[in-house]
Write a protein that binds this ligand. Structure first.
Ligand SMILES: [Zn+2]
Length: 82
């Protein structure tokens, strides 16, 4: 792994970024649009300034509900938007 790939893997995910989900929900693996999880729990955690930011994943085609509270480690910024 080069310094460049290490830096890229730590890249921040911006709201609306296309991401690959590879977390614990097998049936949801694939491409999603990531936004900060809007639920009350995650927003409360965020307000405390904890680093464990969670994401809600939105189907780019609007066809199915995505997983909520996805961990940062469970998603990778898609090369498609690089
Ligand atoms: Zn949440």
């Amino acid at each position: 792994m080069t310094d460049t790939t290490l830096f890229r893997s730590l890249e921040l995910i911006e709201p609306g970024d296309l991401v690959l989900y590879h977390g614990s929900i097998d049936t949801s693996h694939g491409l999603w649009l990531a936004v900060p999880c809007p639920c009350r729990i995650c927003r409360a955690v965020d307000a405390f300034g904890l680093a464990d930011v969670r994401f809600a994943l939105i189907d780019p085609w609007g066809e199915r509900p995505g997983p909520f509270h996805a961990r940062r480690e469970s998603i990778t910024r898609s090369a498609a938007c690089a």
